[in-house]
Design a protein around this ligand. Structure first.
Ligand code: NDP
Length: 277
């Protein structure tokens, strides 16, 4: 059974570098997916209140028989839980639905800068961490400007920033900012999102022959070589195993450099100032 390597976060906890994305699986689908994933060797599951599937994730964890302490569970609180103290009820709800007494990583799902609540939300996250109901705290869809405010006005540096990132949407400035502050960058939509749009590039087929790997495996390996945490979603057990089977090879420097032709440039991807829940 393949297991993902671990990355150490700035708070000393470890996160499996590859995990399972679960959006847009419903409760029933996600229970089956989590059981398959844990059987295959996944030890990291990504969910969110917004996905409406936390109960299914918890059921899958229990049905798998894998020990809770071996599994890294992330959930995210969306806008309804932003503002002073609101995250307390948010986390309680998630723990109840998951049937767990702690989560490994709690994220602010979107900064929602127009509301200007993310600093007070983060202070509540700091308290929840101190109380032990969450091991690590982080953010999602945060730009450097949002993080600069957190760094200036609060005490705990986020452990993780989960952002849209793939060979097509490379977010170099964001990655550099995160790394410079000890924040691990986690890639969501790592294959290009629903429909896996990144995988159709002819270059990936060519390189696939050289490495005897699929386009998805090459793309996921690209994330690993860049030191990113990556959470591909699949509801298909065969593709889940395929996506985990990337730790027995590495891309050479020239091929990594060639993959830069997939980069759609700094304007590509969503803009977390303009969108959000
Ligand atoms: P992904 O880039 O993970 O792509 C998922 C798509 O790729 C699905 O259509 C899946 O189909 C397909 N796929 C998976 N593996 C393979 C493979 N080996 N070969 C071919 N196709 C494949 O996109 P997501 O947007 O789902 O991102 C991953 C996760 O990130 C989400 O599930 C969620 O947990 C998180 N996320 C976080 C966000 C945030 O705001 N923080 C926003 C969006 C996502 P199939 O299931 O049929 O295999």
């Amino acid at each position: 059974m393949t297991l993902s390597p671990l990355i150490t976060l700035n708070d000393g906890h470890s996160i499996p570098q590859l995990g399972l994305g679960t959006w847009p699986l419903d409760d029933e689908q996600v229970t089956a997916a989590v059981v398959h994933a844990l059987e295959a060797g996944y030890r990291h599951i990504d969910t969110a209140v917004k996905y409406g599937n936390e109960e299914g994730v918890g059921n899958g964890i229990r049905a798998s028989g894998v020990n809770r302490s071996e599994i890294f569970v992330t959930t995210k609180l969306d806008g309804q839980f932003q503002g002073e103290d609101r995250a307390v009820a948010g986390l309680e709800g998630s723990l109840t639905r998951l049937g767990l007494d702690y989560v490994d990583l709690l994220l602010i799902h979107w900064p929602l800068p127009a509301r200007d609540d993310f600093v007070s939300t983060w202070k509540t996250f700091e308290r929840l961490q101190a109380e032990g109901k969450v091991r690590s705290i982080g953010v999602s869809n945060f730009k450097p400007a949002h993080l600069e405010r957190l760094l200036a006005e609060t005490d705990v540096v986020p452990a993780v920033n989960q952002i849209q990132l793939s060979p097509a949407i490379t977010r170099e400035a964001e990655r550099e900012f995160n790394a410079g502050h000890g924040i691990v960058t986690e890639s969501y939509s790592p294959l290009g999102g629903a429909g896996a749009s990144v995988l159709t590039a002819p270059l990936l087929r060519q390189l696939g022959e050289k490495y005897d790997k699929t386009p998805a495996q090459l793309v996921l390996r690209w994330h690993i070589e860049k030191g990113l945490v990556v959470i591909p979603k699949s509801g298909n057990p065969e593709r889940m195993r395929e996506n985990l089977d990337i730790f027995d090879f590495s891309l050479d420097r020239q091929d990594l450099a060639e993959l830069a032709i997939l980069d759609e440039g700094p304007g590509a991807g969503n803009d977390s100032d303009a969108t959000g829940h």
